[in-house]
Write a protein that binds this ligand. Structure first.
Ligand SMILES: Cc1cc2nc3c(=O)[nH]c(=O)nc-3n(C[C@H](O)[C@H](O)[C@H](O)COP(=O)(O)OP(=O)(O)OC[C@H]3O[C@@H](n4cnc5c(N)ncnc54)[C@H](O)[C@@H]3O)c2cc1C
Length: 386
């Protein structure tokens, strides 16, 4: 039996941001992060599209991203280790939702809330759109919703920087798989590892991403989260574009952005829940006509590679679930991020750290994302889901 004051299950971007923030908030006890795969090959963080946006319809999501924006803008310097900057390749090329005429009123409503929270989003006309993407097909569009502060970043580098900084502050990372959460009389007592080792800890934080809900359910603490496969495609637009792309969402839901001089695209396919990393080249047949229609330069594109990754998909309202479980003292979760965890990781880590160290949220009030909201039927209904 080993001992820790806090065990974090999963050392992806959420686990590492949380571990780092706990230390930064003055938590002096021992923190052990249990990560089953130090290469992170299958973690959602390493397989993310890295899109960053403040374009949401709910205050909580806008505030989380707005907080992260400041963190990511200063990340390279703030998270430097031994004088080496933590480069995360944050490209503030903007985030753009293309809209048909019919979609515009809903975007205009979102814009009012975003602007009221300080986000400089704007509704663009079709001619404005052509200033951003000169090759865009606009005949079936009414305009778009754009935020120039947004863009995309390198998720793996964000996670590694959090991990290295957490380690530098004395957080221990161990390579092992948690087989179960252990509890007694409504209190968390620790975790059991696959190799039989037990860690006793009064606080356990479940940051196990797409695998997290299963672990919780096995401990009798079900959460409305399932793993959902998402596929990404990398292609060469043989006919080059005049300008670098913002992260652009077509009205069909297909999205694309530059990655170096290539383009990365994806969409939310209707698939059955389950862990599945099998990347199907043939699924691109659905994307290609949409891409070729929207940007005629893509007609002659060359598909080069791709990958499949997992969303930890919240089936109830597609938003993060953060906080202490109401029926298990000492059990905290940060799960259900669906497709927007990268832009929330800094605020989630800080929020959990404040909750644990100070007993309440101070910087950002994450209460709307509490575990209890499902039984209370107080869902966070977000219209801008990708
Ligand atoms: C294809 C794709 C595109 C995406 N695009 C975007 C985007 O554009 N913008 C955005 O903000 N977000 C995006 N996301 C979502 C974002 O990447 C995730 O929300 C975020 O990375 C989740 O981080 P995490 O730390 O919770 O999970 P993970 O990164 O998966 O980390 C969880 C870790 O837990 C470990 N683990 C699991 N079970 C155990 C166990 N029992 N014992 C020990 N370790 C365990 C795993 O090995 C893993 O490393 C995308 C995700 C995917 C898959």
């Amino acid at each position: 039996m080993k001992k820790a004051d806090i065990v974090i299950v999963g050392g992806g971007v959420m686990g590492s941001s949380t571990a780092y923030s706990l230390r930064k908030n003055g938590f002096e006890g021992s923190i052990v992060v249990v990560e089953k795969d130090p290469t992170y090959e299958y973690s959602s963080t390493a397989r993310s599209a890295g899109g960053f946006r403040q374009l949401y319809s709910t205050s909580i999501n806008i505030q989380l991203s707005r907080f992260s924006l400041e963190v990511y803008k200063n990340f390279a310097d703030e998270m430097a280790v031994d004088g080496e900057k933590a480069e995360i390749d944050f490209k503030q090329r903007g985030y753009l939702f293309l809209a048909t005429e019919r979609m515009l009123p809903a975007f205009a409503k979102q814009l009012m809330l975003q602007n009221s929270l300080g986000v400089p989003s704007e509704i663009l006309s079709t001619s404005d759109l052509l200033n951003i993407i000169p090759e865009l097909e606009t005949s079936d569009l009414g305009g778009g919703l754009f935020c120039k502060e947004d863009g995309y970043l390198d998720p793996y580098s964000v996670m590694q920087a959090y991990r290295k900084n957490a380690q530098g502050l004395g957080v221990e990372y161990i390579t092992a798989e948690v087989s179960s959460l252990t509890t007694e009389g409504g209190r968390m007592t620790g975790v059991q590892l696959v190799d039989g080792t037990r860690y006793s800890a009064p606080i356990v934080i479940n940051c196990a991403g797409a695998w997290g809900a299963q672990l919780s359910e096995a401990a009798g603490l079900p959460l409305p989260v399932v793993p959902l496969k998402r596929q990404m495609y990398v292609f060469d637009s043989t006919k080059k574009l005049e300008k670098m792309l913002p992260l652009t969402i077509d009205p069909t839901g297909v999205y694309f952005r530059h990655e170096g001089d290539k383009v990365v695209a994806g969409f939310s396919e209707d698939v059955k829940p389950g862990i599945d990393f099998n990347w199907k080249r043939s699924s691109f047949d659905h994307l290609w006509p949409i891409l070729a229609h929207r940007v005629p330069n893509f007609e002659s594109l060359k598909l080069e590679s791709g990958w499949a990754g997992m969303y930890d998909h919240n089936t109830a309202d597609q938003n993060a679930i953060i906080g202490e479980h109401p029926s298990m003292k000492g059990y905290f979760v940060a799960l259900g991020f669906s497709g927007h965890g990268m832009q929330q990781a800094p605020g989630v880590g800080l929020g959990l750290a404040e909750l644990i160290c100070k007993g309440k949220y101070e910087t950002l009030n994450l209460t709307p994302l509490r575990v209890e909201r499902f039984v209370e039927k107080d869902l966070v209904l977000e219209d801008a889901i990708v």
